[in-house]
Design a protein around this ligand. Structure first.
Ligand SMILES: Cc1ncc(COP(=O)(O)O)c(C=O)c1O
Length: 409
């Protein structure tokens, strides 16, 4: 349990409405999959513009089911990004297909369409782009590639609930859009996910696979409609969302815009405060797009800052500021090196980002005073360290002149 003045990275903003709804759910006698999940799905589909939505237990589950529902399996290749959480790659592997990585653009940190095109073979069946940090991928280019080569698109929207690209919402471009409601995400249910699709048959298959492969509406079998027999028609999974989780999600979703505005405010404050520091700052959002502002990441290049990324992380933590790394590039992990022979240096942009990146707190829950503490912490850690002072203890309490170099990525 963190001490009280520790700023918890990604702490969710939970308000009275969610708490009351959870209590009502607990008292209702129905805490598993039920009417609150149905309500959450309906409101999510409306938020996204009347698509079909299936709530599941995680984004990982959402992607696994989407790859299966896309009809992909053994012998099929799915191109994705090395700058993502392992879940994007694992979902492909669990479905029996083969992940292929295409390096990212160094500025946007999103999958580079030219790299995607270069990796297409006769086995390629889908692209799984990740709208990384909430910044939309270049969907015009990816849709063009998909169309030319007859590929499916499964969007990993774990960071991208509010994201838009040229007036269209993330998760509505491809065949499937997969969302995360993990504890640190922009809308949270603790753990949880959603699949968005435009196709009713895909929705039915995903719902069925998410509940053991049981026939339609099996979750209603104990409802006041009377016991319903079900049949198992496929060997499915246990990936359903509970009403207890949806009780949180319904009210989180209703506050999605005000929370987004607060994160945008913090984002801009960080940009102003760090403009003169010798660190990489996030690129400006591209014109005609909406950034989801899920992660605010800075790049720490030891050669410029005099401080390594990892000692920066330690100093921030010692100063009671929770920070994150999103992510070490996928090929850094031993399991993929062994299974696919991937090497980090073959994806140099993702490798560099993964070795330099630090995510700063960006939760809508942050108070103005906490934002100021984060800013002071970053400024003083970098100025203390770049002047070659002691590396023991937090540099966060040390006030000194800001370095003047600026690097924008
Ligand atoms: C890019 C990305 N994809 C997928 C996931 C997996 O989400 P979940 O934890 O809901 O399975 C995450 C979680 O952090 C993520 O960051």
């Amino acid at each position: 349990m963190p001490q009280s003045d520790f700023i918890v990275f990604g702490a969710p903003k939970i308000e009275r409405e969610e708490i009351d709804e959870v209590v009502r759910c607990l008292e209702s006698g129905w805490i598993g999959t039920g009417p609150r999940v149905a309500q959450f799905e309906k409101e999510f589909a409306i938020y996204k513009g009347e698509f079909y939505a299936a709530a599941v237990s995680s984004c990982t589950a959402a992607m696994h089911l989407s790859v299966l529902a896309a009809g992909l399996g053994h012998g099929d290749e799915v191109i994705t990004t090395p700058m993502t959480f392992c879940a994007s790659v694992n979902a492909i592997i669990h479905a029996g297909a083969t992940p292929v990585l295409a390096d990212v653009d160094p500025l946007t940190m999103n999958i580079d369409p030219a790299e995607v095109e270069a990796r297409i073979t006769h086995r390629t069946k889908a692209i799984l782009p990740v709208h990384f940090t909430g910044r939309p991928c270049n969907m015009d280019a990816l849709l063009g590639i998909a169309q030319r080569h007859g590929l499916k698109i499964i969007e990993d929207c774990a960071h991208a609930i509010e994201t838009e690209y040229r007036g269209r919402k993330a998760g509505t471009f491809g065949d499937f859009g997969c969302f995360s409601f993990y504890a640190t995400k922009n809308v949270t249910t603790g753990e949880g996910g959603m699949v968005l699709t435009r196709n009713e048959a895909d929705l039915a298959r995903i719902k069925m696979l998410a509940l053991h492969g049981m026939s339609k509406d099996a979750w209603k079998r104990f409802s006041d409609e009377g016991y319903k027999h079900y049949f198992v028609v496929e060997t499915g999974f246990k990936y359903n969302m509970m009403d207890l989780q949806a009780a949180l999600g319904i009210h989180q979703l209703r506050r999605v815009e005000s929370n987004w505005r607060r994160r945008e405010e913090i984002w801009k404050q960080y940009n102003d405060a760090f403009a003169d520091l010798p660190v990489g700052l996030p690129a400006e959002p591209e014109p005609d797009t909406r950034h989801g502002y899920h992660l605010y990441t800075i790049l720490i290049d030891e050669a410029r800052t005099g401080v390594s990324r990892d000692s920066f992380l330690e100093a921030m933590t010692a100063g009671d500021i929770g920070v994150g790394v999103h992510y070490l590039s996928v090929p850094e992990h031993p399991v993929y090196q062994e299974q696919f022979g991937w090497r980090p240096e073959d994806y140099p942009n993702a490798m560099r980002i993964g070795r330099q990146t630090v995510s700063l707190p960006l939760s809508a829950k942050l108070t103005d005073a906490e934002v100021s503490r984060v800013i002071a912490g970053v400024q003083s850690t970098l100025s203390v360290r770049s002047k070659g002072r002691s590396t023991n203890g937090p540099g966060l309490r040390h006030e000194s002149k800001k370095p003047t170099l600026a690097l924008r990525v």
